[in-house]
Design a protein. Structure first.
Ligand SMILES: Cc1ncc(COP(=O)(O)O)c(C=O)c1O
Length: 431
């Protein structure tokens, strides 16, 4: 790969060589999935002849190393796992630099809201940090019940139950409610946690195209509200309010506490019977520690603010719509975005998306890339998380910088398409 100072855009390559590298990258990822399956199905050899397994030999490790090596060769800094030195909202601090931040779940700016902080402090004083046991045995605290009642009331359904993360909520609820004789029909881009739950349940699954729910109303009975609570609907009550649907027509409402309610945890809301089943038999609830009281209290306080101040939802919507409008005017590809809390800017090439993120960071804006294998190669993007606290100036500046920097990278043909593939393949095989 070219390291001659002109960057990866400087050398030409044949399309077959490029495909070769892409295939190699894809295969490393796909083979890790196959390998995991094979490992779980493989019969164990007799102990005497068993070879010592080394993590270094796993394809997953090799993939990480290959990516690291390729980034070093190309001189591209790793945009992931950068530590923030403050609570990240509309702005953040990384390496001592104050940045405009478009990478936070704190959609309504509640993470440092005085009322939420006061409730958290008071709860820590009384209950410490941990629930110290599964709720079923000795982990139940009054604040769990308070939060669950608030969520159920907010949704207008009978009951709710909270889990220790949004991810776990999907895994535990889906694997508890579905079984090998069931069919799950889902959006092709369903969140990984729901996919894990379906796989664990043993149910058969069928996909439909992203957001194309024509004729599926009769089978779509579970709604993941991770990015809808506090975001859509006039009062931020989510998709039921947005579409004017009776919330009781949906069997299962699922959401996370880590986004709008600026805490950590997840919930299922619906009928008394649904909640009773999960509380009695969902493994991730019964056999896991109760949600930390401080997190339950913070989420409850955030819900109170959200219910009282719908203007926060309106501000978020204004900001999302402004970002989308400006991005479109600047010629950026925003895909299918409707301009709510997350606006993607499609870049295409994974390397170009990573470099765009790095270039924006250097210019004072933090926005993270989503690259292969999280999305298919060719669909890499930057994902901008909008909050109600972003100012118009921050949004305008960010869109302008993004358009400028992307134009520059495109003109330089920066990315996989511009790699000196011969050199990279040689370097890879020499390792
Ligand atoms: C659609 C969806 N479901 C579930 C989750 C998992 O939630 P959490 O991060 O709170 O565990 C996420 C997280 O981003 C999500 O986007």
């Amino acid at each position: 790969m070219s390291t001659n100072g002109n960057g990866p855009g400087s050398s030409k390559m044949t399309s077959s060589l490029k495909e070769n590298l892409l295939d190699r990258m894809r295969n490393t990822h796909q083979s890790s999935e196959r390998n995991r399956m094979a490992r779980s199905e493989r019969e164990m050899p007799p102990p005497a002849r068993r070879q010592q397994a080394r993590f270094e030999d796993l394809p997953e490790y090799k993939q990480v190393q290959t990516q690291k090596f390729a980034s070093e060769q190309l001189g591209i800094a790793n945009p992931f796992y950068r530590a923030h030195q403050t609570a990240a909202g509309a702005t953040t601090v990384i390496d001592g630099r104050k940045l405009i931040n478009f990478a936070s779940y704190d959609y309504l700016g509640l993470n440092r809201h005085p009322e939420v902080l006061a409730r958290a402090k008071e709860t820590v004083e009384t209950f410490g940090i941990s629930a110290s046991a599964s709720r079923l045995v000795a982990g139940e605290r009054p604040v769990h019940v308070e939060l669950e009642e608030k969520i159920a009331r907010f949704y207008g359904v009978d009951a709710a139950v909270c889990f220790v993360s949004g991810y776990l909520t999907n895994v535990a609820a889906i694997s508890c409610l579905m079984g090998p004789k069931d069919l799950v029909v889902h959006d092709e881009f369903i969140h990984n946690s729901a996919l894990a739950g379906i796989k664990l349940s043993g149910a058969t699954r069928r996909l439909f195209k992203h957001n194309d729910a024509n004729d599926l109303e009769h089978v779509l009975r579970t709604v993941d509200e991770a990015h809808s609570l506090g975001v859509v609907g006039k009062h931020g009550r989510g998709l039921a309010e947005h579409f004017g649907v009776d919330p009781n027509e949906i069997d299962i409402w699922m959401g996370t506490l880590s986004k709008t309610t600026s805490s950590c945890g997840g919930y299922i809301a619906g009928s008394e019977a649904l909640v009773a089943v999960l509380k009695a038999s969902a493994g991730g609830f019964v056999y896991s520690v109760g949600l930390a009281p401080v997190l339950a209290a913070s989420a409850a306080a955030s819900l109170d603010v959200l219910a009282r101040e719908p203007s926060r939802t309106a501000a978020l919507r204004r900001n999302g719509a402004l970002f989308l409008k400006l991005a479109k005017e600047a010629g950026l590809d925003t895909g299918l975005s409707s301009g709510f809390s997350v606006v993607p800017v499609l870049v295409g090439d994974s390397l170009r998306a990573v470099q765009l993120s790095n270039d924006l960071l250097a210019a004072g804006v933090n926005a993270l890339p989503i690259i292969h294998p999280a999305v298919p190669e060719g669909l890499a993007r930057l994902r901008f998380f909008i909050t109600s606290d972003h100012t118009e100036e921050q949004i305008r500046k960010t869109v302008t910088l993004t358009a400028e920097r992307l134009k520059d990278l495109t003109e330089r043909n920066f990315g996989l398409g511009g790699i000196d593939i011969d050199q990279m393949m040689k370097a890879l095989s020499a390792r």
